[in-house]
Design a protein. Structure first.
Length: 82
């Protein structure tokens, strides 16, 4: 019984540690995408922005579905034509 509790506690600790690191890394990456909004440095269209936002929302939805057990098909890599 004690080993079961320790295993559960270890798994919870591992989850909390990894989730914190990964969410912080993802949040930072999303913020750096926001840096692309600087018109002085980059040329983008409204269509590009909509495509980026759609892809980010889709990725969040896939994560949510996995946690809720309603996992759908994984999406491919994102690409904007130059």
């Amino acid at each position: 019984m004690e080993a079961e509790r320790t295993d559960s506690s270890d798994r919870r600790t591992k989850f909390a540690t990894l989730a914190s690191k990964r969410v912080n890394r993802a949040s930072h990456a999303i913020k750096t995408i926001g840096n692309l909004s600087n018109r002085s440095n980059y040329d983008w269209t409204e269509q590009d922005v909509k495509k980026i936002i759609r892809e980010l929302r889709k990725a969040v939805k896939e994560v949510e579905d996995r946690f809720l057990g309603t996992k759908g098909p994984a999406s491919g890599d994102f690409f904007i034509k130059p």
